[in-house]
Design a protein around this ligand. Structure first.
Ligand SMILES: COc1ccc(Cn2ccc3ccc(-c4cc(N)[nH]n4)cc32)cc1
Length: 234
């Protein structure tokens, strides 16, 4: 199955990075197909205007609905199709989680709508909901300047879960936040040299005693989780 990813933005250059590294490899081996689009290509005025002042007043500018609607018509089509998943990154979205990434990794087509300014005219989202499966997603409780960085983060989290993408799928199953895993933070990792700047790898990890190593790792994960993410231990 090839996943098609479309990105709608006034800064389509953000997505050139998808040609690099693992994602680039996924594109090369046909696992994913990536298309970035400049929203301004669907404007008709000399200044290629995409924004206007907010109705009801308030600070900043709002993205006009017309270019989005015409871009949807051109990129996705005018017929409803619930198999198309349209993602609007937004500070007011539901938190994006590993389980959402897991679900999206089985989808054949995803369209990212990357807003800027104070956001997109709400009728764009309402229209999209009548046509496709829509997700309004937040990356976390901090404010970005637009949806592009969020779209890249969501892309990486989703594409790495596509079967055949990662060299060793077993490592995916072991990751914290993977389904079936207890929600614990990753234990500290070490590799050679055993002694580095006066600091040694914990002896237990060099013991070859797999039972003790597993026990040490679990204890470290529990301590770390209790200290940094008590919310995960509920
Ligand atoms: C507080 O209200 C604001 C409203 C919009 C903005 C700028 N902006 C415009 C589009 C857009 C898309 C996503 C995000 C975003 C997502 C997360 N998790 N943080 N920030 C930010 C975005 C700033 C603040």
């Amino acid at each position: 199955m090839t996943m098609r990813l479309d990105y709608l933005s006034i800064f389509p250059g953000y997505f050139d990075v998808l040609d690099i590294s693992l994602l680039g490899k996924a594109v090369d081996n046909g696992l994913v197909e990536v298309h970035a689009h400049d929203l301004r290509d669907w404007t008709h005025d000399r200044h290629r205007t995409v924004d206007d002042t907010p109705c009801g007043g308030g600070a900043g500018m709002v993205m006009k609905p017309d270019p989005w609607g015409e871009a949807f018509d051109g990129i996705i089509g005018i017929e409803p199709d619930p198999s198309v998943h349209v993602i609007f990154p937004t500070p007011s979205g539901i938190p994006f989680t590993q389980s959402a990434a897991q679900e999206l990794s089985t989808v054949e087509r995803v369209v990212f709508c990357c807003g800027r300014y104070e956001g997109i005219d709400h009728r764009v989202i309402d229209y999209a909901r009548t046509m496709w499966t829509v997700h309004e997603l937040s990356l976390g409780d901090y404010v970005l300047n637009g949806g592009e960085v969020a779209a890249l983060a969501i892309t990486e989290a989703v594409v790495r879960l596509i079967p055949g993408f990662m060299g060793n799928p077993e490592s995916l199953a072991e990751e914290s936040f993977s389904p079936g895993q207890e929600r614990l933070l990753e234990y500290p990792l070490f590799t050679r040299p055993v002694s580095w700047r006066g600091m040694d790898v914990p002896e237990v990890l060099m013991s070859g005693h797999h039972g003790r190593i597993a026990e040490w790792r679990r204890e470290e994960s529990l301590l770390l989780t209790r200290d940094r993410r008590p919310d995960l231990t509920d």
